[in-house]
Design a protein around this ligand. Sequence first.
Ligand code: 6PG
Length: 232
Amino acid sequence: MHPAFLTFPDPDAVAAEAATRFLTLAKAAIAERGQFVVALAGGSTPERLYKLLATRELDWEKIPVFFSDDRFLSPASRFSNAGLALRLLPLSPQMTFPVPAETTLDAAECAAQYERELVAALGPEPHFDLVLLGMGDDGHTASLFPGKPALTATSWVTHSTPGVLPPPVDRITFTFSLINAARNVLFLVTGANKREKVARWRAGVGSVRTLPVLGVAPTEGTLTVLLDEAAG
Ligand code: 6PG
């Protein structure tokens, strides 16, 4: 499966396109199945998108929100991906599922518990309506870092020691199995620091081990990469 790479002038245009797609998918999923099951991305790129979504009409009571990865930290931490979303979006507390970092001893236990919560909510074969992802300038996505064991995990959720990018905190992450079971996967990738890896990605140069984004290939779902000109 080769992604559809779409290039936009700047990060604001990328966020606007992502917001339009999010709203369209949410409306269709809620009409069809009564809910829109989404996994939000971490890092800084989605911030613009979350600020836009906060101004739109969305029925968050019908949107179970998970996180495609997070750091082994409380949502209260400024480094928490869930914390970013909770600060920017009017999420429904009972429909928001941060990784259970506060009630588990380590990232391994946290990942196992998160998988149990996810399966309890979505069933034994979880299919997200939308998984949002970013890409680090080392080519990682979620917390699937180059050369790390998490790349070959066969569970739905796994854990990882930190990659090369800060913060140096253990991670909990969706695996490729879970990401690739989604109905729609949408990447937001902006910034000149991503250009070299995006070029390799588009050329299909490298392996999942060296360029983890190559491991995202939804079995039946859509795969779209929204780029700004600096990255693309
Ligand atoms: C994380 C993120 C990570 C992120 C990329 C891009 O926990 O760090 O989930 O996968 O999407 O590192 O980060 P930026 O958007 O900040 O460039």
